[in-house]
Design a protein around this ligand. Sequence first.
Ligand code: SER
Length: 609
Amino acid sequence: MAAKDLIDKYLSFFQARGHKIIPGAPLVPENDPTTLFTSSGMQPLVAYLLGETHPEGKRLVNIQNCFRAQDLDEVGDNRHTTFFRMLGNWSLGDYFKKEQLPWFFEFLTDNLKIDAKKLYISIFEGFDKIPKDEESANIWKELFRKKSIDPQERIFYYGPEKNWWSRSGVPKNMPEGEPGGPDSEVFFDFETKHDVKFGEKCHINCDCGRFLEIGNSVFMEYKKGKEGFEKLPQQNVDFGGGLERILAVIERKSDIFETSLFYPIIEMIVRLTNKNYINHAKEIRIVTDHFISAVFIASSGVYPSNKEQGYILRRLIRRGLDNFYKLEGKNIEQVIHVIVEQYKDTDTYLVDNFEKVKNIILEEEQAYNRTLKNAREFIAKKYGTKKAGGELLGMTEISADDAFLLYSTHGLSPAQIKSLGYAFDEQEFARKMEEHQKLSRQGSGQRFKGGLADTEEKTVMGHTATHLLHKALRDVLGEKVHQTGSNITTERVRFDFFYEKKLTSEEIQKVEEVVNQKIKENLPVHFEILDIEEARKKGAIGLFNEKYGNKVKVYFIGGGLSTSSGRPYSAEFCGGPHVNFTGEIKSFKIIKEEGLGKNIRRIYAIVGE
Ligand code: SER
């Protein structure tokens, strides 16, 4: 079955059960302050899980392209990838366990004809004041019995480290305000031989690769409060199923890289390297995964750089090339070509972006080769070609300081430095690295906390402040000003916009005054769901990256266009959440204004001081 057919089957299954199909969010969120990439289906829907109204209703279904940088080092086994697609269905305070579990089971066994005898289930065993999920266990038992399968030995209970889902993982890592809940996962048994390297006995959560997790139903009904967990105002379902993994089950490939989705890419790498897949599976899987991710990320408008998304793209391309070169591969362009062929049915824009993406990757390859050459020259100049003896025979021994220099100025990872033939004191290197990371964390603030800041009070205040700032800039500088991006943490607001010149200090002061005046007026903030055209006609502005079919959510500050409360001060497309009254922001201060390249300016501001 082609990936596209599986997607279509899933969407129509849930559409027939009252769900509205919504488009996936962009892989690189344009206006999400808290995260570099969309890494789960739930991420763009957090506000709705917390209680905001979704324009398309309470039952939603979608396919979400996801990227998880944290899985980069896991890639190489039979099932981990950094880029993947998640089948998602959502109940926003509508149905719950007794609908969700039977539906997913029916989809797997009746629609996809997956043998129920090969399915195993994990359930939340309870933690602190949150009880064991007996209700899900009873539903699963009944479902197996109906298929004449004894549910004994099929259902296993685990604690929060396995059967609890939130964006920040286990309950103790969740910040206040973060939603989460117990989950129930479904595993498929490939009946491959257990590898004792992973423990004496095999079990469904074992890492040996015999059991593959294919879907996770999260019963999102809790929120972390000041004193432990509170119930959310509504019971939600957040289901996520790995498209690539379900495909592997349908095609009976315990190695997802051998499915019809990936194998043509593997074959191309085998051809270009003249190496056999079985003997070089790890490297070939890394090349496959990293270039798929690179194609999708570059296609989203990211360029390799030393910062944020650009840094991840650079790392993927360079790590992919390390493995490709290790296999003596040449002509990576061919790999990019097959990747686009494999994904073009579901992600048609890849075809139009092919030339651009290819050039980004090939230019980065040249830059990387120049870096390697410079690094070699730098070391040769300083150390000559002398080689160390003993264990390090054949390696040039360099100081940890110089190794760190290769990392910090040439962007080479310790593994890359070693693969160039240089040995160094790794403990000393790790110490330097820790120091460096401590410093850059103080710079990068909240961002890597795991996409959480958006529900914190200060961030919500910052979010409304960007709407006021956007409008105030237009009031002071003219209507050609428009937002090109924003990034909000609990520490500060960052706002990018189109404008040709540096702002004068008078202009900055004026903008600040306007925003503070609107805060003082304590204007009400509310949203309405409107047809896109209607919203545009009524003057709603903003980055339009929340796509809901024909409907959009518009936040109004100070009255509403379709209410009787007069003209609003600001109307913007936005997903929320926002404060209820502008007075909650307390104060607004611009701390920096700078240029970001041609015609784009950036403002940093603080709120609520
Ligand atoms: N949020 C859950 C996950 O990402 C289910 O969608 O696994």
